[in-house]
Design a protein around this ligand. Structure first.
Ligand code: HEC
Ligand code: HEC
Ligand code: HEC
Ligand code: HEC
Ligand code: HEC
Ligand code: HEC
Ligand code: HEC
Length: 381
């Protein structure tokens, strides 16, 4: 394997563990935070009570029998689909075309069900590409896992919807002969950690049942819960009831992957559309609402975003309409009403969908989660 890799020019980019160097290892629409401030493993929610045995991860399929409602919604979510094997059978229609990859001296070739990369003129040297990251909603970035547990993040990403290759955003300095960037050690593990439930201790490729963001990425390892629920009597359900969490704690849970305030420094800091948690936390809606606003005020965590704007408007109006009812049901904060439009169309003005990488030509757009008065947002740009 080492020898094969040597056939390719690789730009090494490791991250200073002392915290000095900030990795700029951006996949499509996806920036890497510093490894030391992020989870290198899946997000583990502490269980409500101390379990007798340490809970282990069991995989989302183990929850389906007892929680059909959440499981049915979840099955078709982009969370579930964010990691695939790079094979024809797993990717189906989302497979990229074989042949020369634009802007490179690379050929993508199928090898049975799987794919390999070869360098034009050196076709005997091939590099296996095992994983496809991203659900295909926008870009899919391919990753080659090497024997020494480092990985190569491919320089070109495939956009199945527009059927085009696109430069993965951190890749501009590469020569046409370089397949991508080499990520080693902690940095390589970090790359996969937000796209899988858990990684094995001594390998980078997760067990198949842990591909994607699973039930346990948010609810924590489930083995003790499953055992307790199967038992005839129990003293605890060994599972937190996330609905009861306050806004800050709840946002931090999603922020493990959607970034919380701390890890976002450097270039990505201003992207309050790409980094929803820090964006939302900058808003007065969050800071002034006494721990009552979180991601789940507007999103069902078990499924994709709602396309019907009225759902979000309803969420805004919970806090931004003239109070009715008795004082006991009033909100614990000051209620302000929009002087421009108090009833509808809030999102286009206060959470506009804007490019994630302005001036790079990348067409991906996302909703700005820093909710604010619109003219201020223009002044800040
Ligand atoms: C054998 C059936 C069974 C299995 C398997 C099971 N659960 Fe549960 N789960 C239950 C029952 C019953 C409750 C309700 C317990 C209660 O409210 O006292 C529950 C409660 C929960 C809750 C708390 C709901 C709340 O009130 O907020 C969560 C979260 C949860 N389960 C997640 C999971 C996850 C994740 C898995 C898979 C790792 C899983 N469950 C597997 C039976 C099961
Ligand atoms: C373990 C990491 C992780 C955690 C924890 C996590 N997410 Fe995500 N989330 C992702 C990834 C990765 C994607 C991108 C999926 C894709 O490839 O399209 C995503 C996508 C989404 C989307 C877009 C879905 C769509 O319509 O395309 C929403 C909304 C979302 N997450 C909300 C949440 C909320 C709310 C929470 C907390 C309750 C949360 N996420 C927790 C990793 C995570
Ligand atoms: C800290 C958690 C985290 C890490 C580490 C991470 N990602 Fe992501 N990734 C996300 C989240 C969250 C999203 C969803 C972005 C969104 O829709 O807001 C995402 C989305 C993506 C997407 C879909 C792109 C898109 O435009 O929706 C790709 C591809 C991707 N990541 C690849 C990677 C690669 C390759 C690495 C490693 C070099 C990586 N990610 C590391 C959290 C992470
Ligand atoms: C992205 C994070 C995330 C993922 C993935 C996720 N959940 Fe949840 N789940 C939550 C949050 C947050 C809540 C509390 C808010 C709510 O009820 O909507 C919740 C609530 C629940 C509840 C309680 C529902 C109720 O009405 O009280 C159950 C049961 C549950 N989840 C099971 C699952 C199962 C099973 C899966 C996998 C198929 C799963 N969850 C995947 C974040 C997640
Ligand atoms: C959980 C309650 C809550 C929700 C939901 C909520 N907000 Fe707010 N919002 C607040 C509070 C509290 C303030 C601060 C009011 C004050 O100035 O005292 C605020 C302030 C604002 C401001 C003024 C910001 C500034 O910087 O002056 C705007 C604009 C706004 N919200 C729009 C929205 C929109 C649009 C939505 C829906 C997408 C929304 N809010 C959802 C509670 C909320
Ligand atoms: C056409 C664009 C537009 C729409 C639609 C719109 N707003 Fe506004 N909103 C504004 C502007 C502009 C301001 C700033 C006005 C000012 O400072 O005089 C504002 C101000 C606000 C404020 C701050 C008020 C204050 O006194 O500080 C809140 C809260 C708010 N909007 C919420 C909403 C909600 C909720 C909706 C949907 C029901 C909504 N807006 C719809 C443009 C809009
Ligand atoms: C006040 C409402 C509101 C809150 C709170 C909120 N979102 Fe969103 N979110 C939206 C809207 C509106 C969209 C755009 C939906 C669309 O058009 O598909 C969106 C879209 C997204 C997307 C898809 C990317 C995009 O913009 O298309 C992700 C991922 C996401 N939100 C994650 C989060 C996370 C994580 C949190 C908590 C930190 C959060 N959201 C809190 C309203 C909200």
């Amino acid at each position: 394997m080492k020898q094969l890799v040597r056939g390719f020019n690789l730009l090494k980019r490791t991250v200073g563990m002392g915290g000095g160097v900030i990795a700029l290892l951006w996949a499509v629409g996806c920036a890497q935070p510093k490894p030391e401030t992020s989870t290198a493993q899946a997000v583990v929610t502490p269980t409500a009570q101390v379990a007798l045995v340490k809970a282990e991860f069991v995989g989302s399929a183990a929850c389906a029998g007892c929680h059909p409602a959440e499981s049915d919604l979840y099955k078709t979510s982009n969370h579930a689909a964010t990691l695939h094997d790079f094979t024809k059978s797993d990717l189906k229609k989302a497979v990229p075309p074989e042949g020369k990859i634009p802007r490179t001296q690379m050929l993508l070739k199928s090898h049975g069900d799987a794919f390999q990369l070869a360098r034009i003129g050196h076709e005997e040297k091939t590099l296996p590409i095992q994983l496809a990251m991203g659900s295909g909603k926008t870009g899919v970035t391919y990753v080659s896992v090497l024997e020494d547990q480092s990985l190569i993040e491919m320089r070109e990403s495939w956009f199945p919807k527009t059927k085009s290759w696109y430069r993965t955003p951190d890749m501009r300095p590469l020569k046409p002969t370089e397949p991508g960037i080499l990520l080693q050690g902690k940095t390589a593990r970090l790359c996969l950690s937000c796209h899988a439930v858990t990684l094995p201790d001594n390998a980078l490729i997760p067990e198949k049942k842990f591909y994607g963001v699973g039930c346990e990425s948010c609810h924590g390892a489930g083995s003790t819960h499953v055992t307790a629920m199967q038992a005839s009597s129990r003293t605890s359900i060994y599972m937190d009831r996330l609905k009861t969490w306050g806004g800050e704690k709840s946002v931090q849970l999603c922020g493990k992957c959607h970034r919380s305030v701390a890890p976002v420094t450097g270039i990505g800091a201003g992207f309050t559309n790409l980094f929803q948690a820090p964006g939302l936390m900058k808003s007065k809606c969050f800071s002034q609402s006494k721990d009552t606003l979180s991601c789940i005020t507007c999103h069902n965590p078990h499924t994709n975003t709602e396309k019907n704007e009225s759902v979000y408007v309803k969420a805004c109006l919970q806090c931004h309409s003239t109070p009715t009812g008795t004082p006991t049901v009033l909100k614990p904060f000051r209620i302000v009403v929009c002087p421009v439009n108090a009833k509808e169309k809030c999102i286009g003005c206060h959470m506009p969908t804007v490019p994630v990488r302005p001036n790079t030509g990348l067409t991906t757009k996302m909703a700005d989660h820093f909710i604010r008065k619109p003219e201020r947002s223009l002044a800040e740009k």
